[in-house]
Design a binder for this molecule. Structure first.
Ligand code: NCD
Length: 411
């Protein structure tokens, strides 16, 4: 069994560590030994899921799992194409420029209305329910989704004591956990350590809708090292709010571009947005480069891309500096992380070399890649830092998305 457990499940294992001190999680289903249960897991989706037993995995709880990454190929996310109603959101590629314009108009209006104390927006999601399924840690995405739904007048549910106290602990698989949430909620925000988890969720929620005659949709809140679409939406909104356009800008993304799902989504979103005369610089250690498929995607969109290990080449000419954390939890070996973790540290002295009108972004949380507490304070005081605006915009953009998806309303 151990041989079939993949290294990528390490972060899922962390979910349980230290929680059940007297109950080793590996003993929950010791009787399951072979791949004989694969067929039953795959029942209900024969055409979508490869029936090859070798593609199923046993997780730390001993249950057979369908590989979420396969759904990235088999599930075709619907393009928004002017109509957000009841659509799953799993990738930024679903949004065309016009869809983004509409979404951001709503987010801007909501910003004004909320800041002026307007309570009218509480009608928008009255009687509707958002379920949070977070299999990985989160502060901003989790709370901003909650705040967004509550401010629209909706309600929020989640497993009472966190997902680790749900039936996931008993060995329930993701398709069933997602469909349980789908039976109770209108919309589900899902964060999961595996690439493709939200695609899998979308597929199984579509099957559920056929079964029960009511539709629930999933919004990806981060799929492992894959994408984080709603973060990219708030990032692009923040860039547009600060700079008025992305056309002609030099946008520099720095740090762990290999594992960083926020930069994956932002880069793809710039490509789908159709930026004109925009330059994108990727600055990272060689081992943490942006995946080539994403670089290729930018080339296809006629965005010029420069990849470098030398921040000095680009920091003085950048309009947007998007800093990222080295994603410690994604490394298989601690030594590999230690080798690269000090590669790029943002400090006030680095910002002294940046343009006066540049903006400094970060999806947060931040650690040593933004220096120590003193550096944090000085960077926060720099008017060019916009990461607190990003945080607030996260709630507003998620409100706009929920409003459009649940009600289709233009505010
Ligand atoms: C990011 C994430 O979870 O990918 N955080 C966030 O959602 N704001 C970035 C990170 O964890 O480094």
């Amino acid at each position: 069994m151990a041989a079939t457990v993949t290294a990528t499940l390490a972060s899922q294992r962390q979910l349980f560590e230290g929680v059940f001190e007297d109950e080793p999680v590996f003993d929950v289903h010791p009787e399951i030994e072979g791949p004989q249960d694969v067929a039953s897991v795959q029942d209900g989706s024969p055409e979508q899921v490869d029936s090859d037993a070798n593609t199923a995995k046993y997780n730390e709880n001993g249950y057979v799992e369908v590989e979420p990454a396969k759904f990235v190929d088999s599930y075709k996310p619907p393009a928004i194409d002017g109509d957000f109603r009841d659509k799953h959101i799993v990738t930024v590629e679903q949004f065309a420029r016009d869809d983004l314009r509409v979404l951001f108009e709503v987010a801007s209006t909501l910003k004004k209305r909320i800041r002026s104390g307007d309570r009218g927006v509480v009608e928008i999601a009255t009687g509707q329910v958002l379920a949070l399924l977070f299999f990985e840690s989160s502060t901003r995405t989790d709370m901003s989704f909650q705040a967004a739904m509550l401010r629209l007048g909706g309600k929020v549910i989640g497993a009472s004591n966190g997902i680790q106290f749900s039936s996931v602990y008993k060995g329930e698989d993701l398709p069933d956990t997602v469909r349980a949430a789908g039976c109770y909620a209108d919309v589900i925000a899902l964060r999961h350590p595996r690439v493709g988890a939200s695609y899998l969720a979308a597929h199984y929620l579509d099957l559920l809708a056929e079964k029960i005659g009511r539709r629930s949709v999933v919004l990806s809140a981060g799929d492992g090292v894959g994408e984080h679409p709603t973060q990219a939406l708030l990032d692009l909104f923040t860039i547009l709010e600060s700079k008025g356009t992305v056309d002609g800008l030099a946008i520099t993304m720095v740090g762990d571009l290999k594992h960083g799902r926020t930069v994956h989504s932002l880069a793809k979103l710039l490509a789908t947005y159709g930026a004109c005369g925009t330059e994108v610089n990727f600055v990272s250690p060689v081992s943490l480069k942006m995946p080539t498929a994403i670089v290729q995607r930018l080339h296809e969109a006629n965005i010029s891309v420069q990849e470098t290990e030398d921040l000095d080449e680009v920091v003085g000419s950048s309009d947007v500096i998007y800093w990222t954390r080295v994603q410690e939890e994604r490394f298989d070996e601690r030594a590999e992380y230690d080798q690269v973790k000090e590669g790029f540290i943002m400090t006030p002295s680095v910002m002294r070399r940046a343009r006066g009108e540049a903006i400094l972004m970060h999806p947060l949380p931040r650690k040593h890649e933004m220096g120590g507490p003193r550096d944090h304070d000085l960077l926060d005081a720099d008017p060019r830092s916009v990461y607190f605006q990003q945080m607030e915009n996260g709630m507003l953009v998620r409100m706009a998305l929920l409003a459009k998806i649940l009600k289709g309303v233009h505010i």
